[in-house]
Structures are given as C-alpha cells and as structure tokens.
Write a protein that binds this ligand. Structure first.
Ligand SMILES: [Zn+2]
Length: 133
C-alpha cells in the first residue's frame, strides 16, 4: 500500500471507530484489521463521512474504491488498463464497474445482494427441514 493510501485508509478507519459506541478493543491502525474485512470498514466509514462531513476528494474516493475493490473477496476481477471490474459482482449484485459506479450505488447494491442471498439460504434451509420431517 502506498503512503497516500495508508493515510486515507487510516483516516477513514478513525471515522469508523469514532462512530462506534464501543471504542475500546479496536486496533490502533487500519492495517491491523483482518484483511478480508477491511473493505467493509472502508465502505461504512465512507457512508458515515458522507452523512456527516464534506465529501471525499476525487482522488481519495478513487483510492477507497481501489482498496475496497481489491479486498472485496471475489474471484474473477479484471484490472488491466486501470479498470476495476468484477464478473462475480455482476452476477451477485448487478454491477461490475467499480471505477464508474457511484460508491453509494455500490454499497446499496451489495447490501441488497447480501440480503437476497440470506433470504434464499433461509428459504432453502426451511425447505430442507420440511422435506426431512
Ligand atoms: Zn465482485
């Protein structure tokens, strides 16, 4: 991670920590967070910032997008020519372009997709249960 990226991540992490009721027990530094969850903290911090403070500068937002994209946990990402795309996001969330989709839209599409997944799993479990009774 470049120095500028580290600074932006650390600032966002502190915003996120500041908004938590239980401030104790969280690591001092963003880099100490489990890597696979880092993008969630960043996206949440970005939302908090948007609601409470002036928006991020364009380059800060691009850094955030890139880090969130790299760490969002899907296979099949495409990043040549400075693009940030993901085929699995298209399937699961209905968008693929992390570079041009507004960050608000990314957040809400991911949240919707995750709720749909939970609902589907829940209904499948229920069917299994009813079949095996
Ligand atoms: Zn994806």
């Amino acid at each position: 991670m470049e120095l500028k990226e580290k600074q932006v991540c650390q600032e966002l992490y502190e915003v996120w920590k500041g908004a938590k009721e239980d401030e104790d027990g969280w690591p001092e530094s963003f880099t100490e967070l489990p890597e696979k969850h880092q993008h969630e903290y960043l996206l949440t911090a970005q939302r908090i910032l948007r609601l409470t403070k002036p928006p991020l500068l364009a380059d800060e937002e691009m850094i955030l997008r890139r880090i969130a994209w790299i760490n969002h946990g899907h296979q099949g990402m495409y990043g040549d020519d400075g693009e940030m795309q993901c085929a699995a996001c298209l399937r699961e969330y209905g968008f693929y372009d992390w570079k041009r989709t507004p960050i608000v839209e990314i957040e809400s599409k991911m949240a919707d997709g995750n709720i749909r997944k939970l609902w589907k799993n829940r209904n499948e479990e229920r069917q299994d249960y009813e079949c095996h009774r």
